[in-house]
Write a protein that binds this ligand. Structure first.
Ligand SMILES: Nc1ncnc2c1ncn2[C@@H]1O[C@H](COP(=O)(O)OP(=O)(O)O)[C@@H](O)[C@H]1O
Ligand SMILES: [Mg+2]
Length: 373
């Protein structure tokens, strides 16, 4: 049985549906990430799970027990809030100890866990300070420690790392995942940052406008996005989208737009046959553009295009190049290469090989994926 089940969960505020018919379930040891742009309903979903916000409709189960009407304290949930909500009048030590103390944990357990959590989050030198003597990042780590010392049945994290600088954020991510692996309790982690979601989640639920657009492993969302929103949201730089007309010539199926006419490989034709003559969105991720001589597939006249190099951004693995198409109205797109492109290429036109087996196709109006892979 799933540890946590959420069924048709809905929350309406006056004039606003914040969460709209959300359903998912969570395994006993699972780490689920809810990701989506600001305002899509992530915090409201967590607050309903914690019992801090009444539901408008839908059910929440912990195991077989429906908890909609169970008070927050009796749900035994540990939550890290977006605004960290540390108590200003308590020391760091007492803040971290709070959840344990209020549940009557023995003194010896508190004395053991509080310093250990503080050490893990590198605030052990601050235990006697008050929150006002801490930076935002330090307060955030107090809130994390306070949740992590608990023996909760469900851990909820609402953007707990937003105030940490890049290096500490990476470290804290690792700490959270390590602790999760030790505790083996279901956890839901909220972020608006897709790279954080990809790095941390066993599964990821992408939310938009109160709804879950798709739920799956990072790999599934990346390789098989259900729609344009997910395709665009996951991956950085974002997937490149081209409006193409599908054309049949002889045995072949071509996708064509100004300056680009490519022959689609057999494995992706199936979903597109009945779209002949119509315009669809073709998506190609930046890493699916290749310098022809380094392409991991055979380059022909049917899988090539050209682009003008506008910007070259070196990266640790090669570079990201921002280009525009050469014919018709120029369209910008991004390519990532595993080699460095010298600055002398700036402003020049270069050939590019397209890895069409990796292409995505979407309905031009409602954005649903047209591929069944
Ligand atoms: N108490 C409230 N009253 C009215 N509207 C709210 C309330 N809380 C949240 N909202 C609205 O519900 C939507 C979802 O909010 P929230 O769950 O905080 O989103 P997120 O955490 O994804 O940024 C937003 O449009 C927000 O303005
Ligand atoms: Mg929020």
């Amino acid at each position: 049985m799933a540890a946590i089940t959420v069924a048709h969960l809905t929350k309406r505020f006056v004039g606003k549906t914040a969460v709209n018919d959300v359903s998912f379930s969570l395994g006993k040891h699972e780490f689920l990430v809810l990701v989506g742009p600001s305002g899509c309903g992530k915090t409201t979903t967590l607050r309903m799970l914690a019992g801090l916000e009444p539901t408008t409709s839908g059910d929440i189960y912990f195991g077989a027990r429906r908890v909609n009407d169970i008070r927050p304290k009796e749900r035994n949930v540990a939550m890290v809030f977006q605004d960290y909500a540390v108590f200003p009048h308590l020391t760091v030590y007492e803040n971290i100890a709070y959840g344990l103390r209020s549940r009557g944990a023995p003194r010896s357990l508190i004395a053991e866990r509080v310093p250990a959590a503080a050490e893990r989050f590198r605030i052990d030198h601050l235990l006697q300070r008050k929150p006002r003597q801490l930076s935002g990042g330090e307060r955030q780590r107090v809130a994390l420690s306070r949740a992590m010392v608990r023996d909760a049945d469900l851990f909820l994290y609402d953007e707990p790392l937003s105030n940490l600088d890049a290096q500490l954020r990476h470290q804290a991510r690792e700490d959270i995942v390590t602790l999760h692996n030790q505790k083996q309790k279901p956890s839901i982690y909220v972020t608006h940052d897709q790279s954080e979601a990809m790095a941390m989640g066993d599964r990821i639920a992408v939310m938009r406008d109160g709804r879950i657009e798709q739920i799956g492993t990072g790999g599934e969302l990346y390789e098989r996005p259900a729609n344009l929103f997910v395709a665009y949201f996951i991956g950085t730089p974002s997937i490149n989208l081209f409006d193409v007309i599908l054309q049949a010539h002889g045995d072949g199926l071509y996708a064509a737009t100004a300056g680009l006419r490519v022959l689609l490989p057999p494995e992706i034709r199936a979903g597109l046959q009945d779209r002949m003559g119509s315009t669809v969105k073709m998506g190609l991720r930046p890493e699916d553009f290749h310098v022809p001589k380094f392409a991991p597939f055979e380059v022909t006249e049917h899988n090539q295009t050209r682009g003008i190099v506008n910007v070259i951004e070196p990266s640790s693995t090669g570079c990201t190049v921002y280009l525009s198409t050469v014919e018709g109205t120029p369209q910008d797109f991004a390519a990532t290469f595993r080699t460095r492109l010298p600055a002398s290429y700036l402003g020049k036109e270069i050939p590019l090989a397209l890895h069409l087996e990796k292409a995505h196709f979407f309905d031009a109006e409602h954005g649903a994926s047209l591929l069944s892979r």
